[in-house]
Design a protein around this ligand. Structure first.
Ligand SMILES: *Cc1c(COP(=O)(O)O)cnc(C)c1O
Ligand SMILES: [Zn+2]
Length: 466
């Protein structure tokens, strides 16, 4: 079996400590039900002495393993042998520095960075994780892979299925929620798409049951191998900063896989002596899907060395059920009330001195317009990171001369409906898409200008507006 013999899986609950090999396919601890980590006996690996070592691999970009922005850090996620890696060239992403967006956030020049994970082949950061999950799935002989998705996980899953050809994709989506950009990808790549009458949280619950009953390989972020791939987002941020650790990482929070992966990445780098300090972490919820904010900032839920008082969370979920409250935000990728990686995220917040904030759909869309006007562009959920950084600047939690990296999780073209509705002059369209979400105005709208079909009028309009 082409898997590493010094990687293993272990339950994240220190009180449990269940361990098994990486050839096992599990998404929960069979002993206590908690999440699993992929861990390594680093002494037996080939960990470089310094992160600079990875620069030497750039000259080997003709090799798929070193071209991939995930697998050129293979030494830091060595759960599979190089020859078994599945890659489509994911992770060729860019760390932008932007002073126009920086000034919107309230940063001094040169201090705001945006890590554009929308540049991945399927248009979202999910490819980082999916390439790792598919490497594990193929090595363990999976024939079918499934996910529940608000859209981007399914787009990525469908792409990797179409690429490896030996694994058939099955996608669960909630009804009416998925954007056309994302749905079109799943259909185009040829995955079996099952639309269930319910929301994402329902789809997530069903896919776990179906995967268990039918033995289908599950690629949601409860899959610990996916998070190994997503660690590399942090490695690339460091690489772009010439291996200097930023002060803040700001990331939107949905199922909390990214934030968990980032925490693990830095905890490992620190333990390996490859960084001398870690950044602080800010996880940003949409206010219509603010479970983490509510539990962490309002109700005081903490990792507490693995002894988190989960009755706080259970109680909150019961309240949601009693009130019939469903997640509701224009940022569909983070429209999730029951984040599956909650416990791992608590650990990451603990490791990286984290904070959690919530931002409204209004703030998200205004921030998104600024990201677009800054020449970068992203989908609504991604802009939560920028809106969140701005809020934390306002509150004085982040100071103007700290170095801040916002993660842009998905591409601008994923959800054109939201973008066009924001910029439209058609009040009816605005109300239909955004007004129903409590968005009242488009503070940074770039309106299309209507002119008669007449040369003189067109010239007049151009001179007036440019
Ligand atoms: C999946 C996704 C998120 C949420 O990430 P989690 O790891 O689930 O917290 C945010 N933004 C976009 C664009 C996504 O696709
Ligand atoms: Zn356990």
């Amino acid at each position: 079996m082409p898997l590493s013999d010094f990687a293993f899986q272990r339950c994240i609950s220190p009180a449990c400590g269940y361990t098994c090999g990486v050839e096992e396919v599990r998404v929960a601890c069979p002993q206590c039900g908690d999440l699993l980590d992929v861990l390594y006996d680093w002494n037996r690996g080939a960990v470089p002495k310094s992160l600079r070592w990875f620069e030497e691999t750039w000259s080997r970009r003709h090799e798929p393993l070193r071209f991939s922005g995930v697998w050129r850090f293979h030494e830091l996620l060595p759960f599979a042998k190089p020859e078994s890696v599945v890659t489509v060239g994911e992770g060729q992403t860019i760390l932008h520095q932007s002073d126009s967006i920086g000034s919107f956030v309230g940063m001094k020049p040169g201090r705001l960075y945006l890590q554009h994970e929308g540049m991945n082949p399927s248009g979202s950061f999910k490819d980082n994780g999916m390439s790792a999950a598919f490497t594990h799935a193929r090595a363990t002989g999976a024939k079918r892979a499934a996910c529940a998705s608000t859209g981007n996980t399914s787009a990525s899953l469908a792409m990797y299925c179409a690429s490896v050809r030996t694994i058939k994709g099955v996608i669960f989506i909630g009804s009416g929620k998925i954007s056309y950009g994302k749905l079109s990808q799943a259909l185009d790549y040829g995955a079996l798409t099952i639309q269930i009458a319910g929301d994402f949280d329902d789809a997530m619950a069903r896919v776990q049951e179906v995967s268990r009953d039918l033995g289908i390989y599950l690629v949601n972020s409860v899959n610990p191998f996916r998070l190994e791939g997503q660690k590399t987002i942090m490695f690339r941020v460091l690489e772009a900063l010439r291996w200097e650790v930023p002060d803040w990482i700001v990331v939107p929070g949905g199922n909390l896989g990214n934030s968990s992966a980032f925490g693990k990445a830095f905890a490992e780098l620190k333990a390996l002596g490859l960084v001398d300090r870690v950044p602080r972490l800010a996880v940003i919820n949409a206010s219509g899907a603010d479970t983490l904010y509510e539990l962490y900032e309002r109700r005081g839920l903490r990792w507490n060395g693995g002894q988190a008082n989960m009755s706080i969370a259970d109680h909150y979920f019961k309240e949601l059920d009693q009130l019939g409250r469903k997640a509701n935000t224009i940022a569909s990728a983070i429209e999730i009330n029951r984040p599956v990686n909650l416990r791992k995220c608590l650990r990451a917040l603990d490791d990286l001195q984290g904070v959690v904030r919530q931002v409204s759909d209004q703030e998200i869309l205004d921030a998104k317009a600024k990201v677009g006007a800054g020449g970068i562009g992203c989908e609504p959920a991604s802009a939560a990171s920028v809106a969140g950084a701005r809020l934390l600047r306002d509150q004085g939690v982040i100071s103007a001369d700290e170095r801040v990296v916002c993660i842009l999780t998905g591409h601008q073209l994923k959800d054109p409906t939201a973008t066009v509705a924001y910029h439209t002059t058609d009040q009816e369209q605005f109300n239909k898409v955004l007004g129903s979400r409590g968005v009242r105005r488009a503070s940074f709208a770039n309106r299309a200008v209507a002119v008669p079909n007449d040369l003189g009028e067109i010239v007049k309009a151009i001179n007036l507006y440019s």
